[in-house]
Write a protein that binds this ligand. Structure first.
Ligand SMILES: [Zn+2]
Length: 193
């Protein structure tokens, strides 16, 4: 026994590795450098560049969206206030529809409304959003849906700040955010002039 122990020590000392002591190292796996949003893995409708309308059966939406997104987007649900990571969030970039990738809002139109949901005063374009009358819950409100896939986003109210006076009160779960790296760089460069 003692002889075996000495033999192992000698082998180790000479740099020969014992099989049991050093498990074979796996070749380093290359990480894919790809932006993966929560919703674009299996969702064929998701595109940041295609502006063609999406008309997908509800059963299909249920398959490709997470239960949280499906509840808000397709069942007109409302997330609990103060729960969205985007509620207090000031990064520079663009907010997209989490169901279809349609660009919805720019970060420079976001403001602190104190209502508990991410709030914006203006959508990216007139066609990025659809407006619908909503008389549910005994109130006259205007519902806003994604202009591309008709997913429910939230509501718009007329108590927002200038220049529009509007407050788009949006469920954070239906937003995908992408940081504007290049835009930020050129902005910083200008500031430095
Ligand atoms: Zn959409």
């Amino acid at each position: 026994m003692r002889t075996t122990f000495i033999a192992i020590c000698l082998l180790t000392a000479t740099g020969i590795r014992c099989g049991y002591a050093q498990p074979a190292q796996k070749p380093e796996q290359k990480k894919e450098d790809k932006h993966m949003s929560a919703s674009d893995s299996k969702n064929a409708a998701y595109s940041r560049t295609d502006s063609a309308r999406v008309d997908m059966p509800e059963g299909e939406w249920k398959k490709v969206l997470s239960p949280e997104v499906y509840y808000v987007a397709r069942q007109k649900g409302t997330e609990r206030p103060w729960t969205s990571k985007f509620e207090k969030f000031n990064e520079v970039g663009t907010y997209y529809c989490a169901a279809c990738g349609n660009p919805l809002f720019r970060s420079d139109t976001k403001f602190e409304s104190g209502c508990g949901w991410p709030s914006f005063y203006e959508p990216i374009s007139k066609t990025s959003i659809i407006y619908l009358k909503d008389n549910s819950v005994g109130m006259e409100r205007t519902e806003v849906e994604c202009g591309r896939c008709k997913s429910h986003l939230g509501h718009v109210f007329d108590d927002g700040p200038p220049p529009t006076g509007l407050r788009y009160c949006i469920n954070g779960v239906i937003l995908d955010f992408d940081k504007a790296r290049d835009a930020q760089k050129s902005y910083d460069a200008k500031k430095g002039d």
